[in-house]
Write a protein that binds this ligand. Sequence first.
Ligand code: BES
Ligand code: MN
Ligand code: ZN
Length: 500
Amino acid sequence: MTDALKLGFGPFAAPTKGVLVVFAEEGVKLGPATRKALGPLVELVTRAAKAERFSGKKNSALDLIAPAGLKAGRLLVIGVGKPAELKPKDFLKLGGLATGKLPNAASDATVFAELSGGAMKPEQAADLAQGAGLRAYAFDRYKTKRKDDEKSPATRNLTIAVGDVAAARKAYGPRSAISDGVLIARDLVNEPANVLYPEEFARRTGALKKLRVAVEVLDIRAMKKLGMNALLGVGQGSVRESRVVVMRWNGGKAGEAPVAFIGKGVCFDTGGISIKPAASMEDMKGDMAGAACVVGLMHALAARKARVNAVGVIGVVENMPDGNAQRPGDIVKSMSGQTIEIINTDAEGRLVLADVIWYTAQRFKPKFMVDLATLTGAIIVALGQEYAGMFCNNDQLAERLTKAGSETGELVWRMPLAPEYDKMIDSKFADMKNTGGSRWGGAITAAQFIKRFVDDKIPWAHLDIAGTGFDSRQTDINRSWGSGWGVRLLDRLVADHYER
Ligand code: BES
Ligand code: MN
Ligand code: ZN
């Protein structure tokens, strides 16, 4: 199991054990509480900084072991650069960076949340704490052995020293709800497909009921009755049954139209009959990162009691190539009534989304819809892992998402939609085909396909998170493969614009 991090807030006071973490601005400028706690040791820091050429540059660190005169066994000085340049998301990263620099063995650490001008604002201290919590996550539940240098204490106590303890705790409340949502999403993405198959995924969403989220699971019978043949076709080659899960959080005005989030939940994507090559196929256990984000987001909204009506709808399937699998050339009739010629069974995510998006719009008439899907390799070619691709039929929604992205660091880049691309998915035999035929513009033709199931009267954004949903980078706030990407972004979108 993941080592537990026990996060707390306290007043500025020199710790009697463990590691003391303090921040230094450019020019090794320390804050008043830090100077007071260090006393004559400030001189040692200055000398060590010179010797190590530590100037307080952002993301640098100075590590002093067992400094005489300090009860804490270790002093870690973290550079923050110029404080005027620090944005909220930088405090999050700093919290992660500080936690990451702690030695494995440390069971106690105290972080002084101050800059040279004095205590950080409660929101900034709370961002630090959130970053620390996100960084501490590890998916290691299947590790039964550990190397000596990986051994760490079962629990680590992390105290954030702040100016106003009550205010920091209050600011941390909603952030902790959001962090929990991110970690739920990471757990789901990291979980292997032999454990997390559609029924099990649906079962796990049941945990949301504790937070008063209404959770409904549609089984095969219910989906057949609704005519969700595009989704069902994807799952028919698997011995695992498909599911659709509908999650509803009503924190807004009674009767007000909800905002809607829709996720691709392909628990494993072999490609089906158009089978994928073996290299990296194991990554396709994460092809449900969109659905994982929606579940994490619903948790975040409910746990922080967001004053909004929100629905989350996920299509959960496994794309396998058995004797009953869908074939290239097959034609299916989607819930919308439109027919689809299957060209490539590996273009399955859009088939799942087609029915789930249509269903969500019909049933809930939402204010807007955002779908998230690890949809195309092409978006990784275009944007790498830094930005998700955003396709949107509404400029205001696109702007809001872009802004929420730069605030949270979960970045989106708007990509084009246009009739010329739409033409590429016309079919000889059906209303449309499920691929554009050529690899060119692959993320765009995928988005055009989904767009055919969206009524333009509803603002809609499609986020292609194939690059960001699982993450091989090692960032300050995430060391695990599943990134939990999108939970913080969409929570911010809601908080900034849609709460009453
Ligand atoms: N799940 C994949 C996309 C993907 C690839 C996600 C790599 C994350 C990493 C999706 O179902 C898929 O296979 N897309 C195909 C579409 C093609 C057949 C038109 C792709 O991108 O190659
Ligand atoms: Mn696929
Ligand atoms: Zn897929």
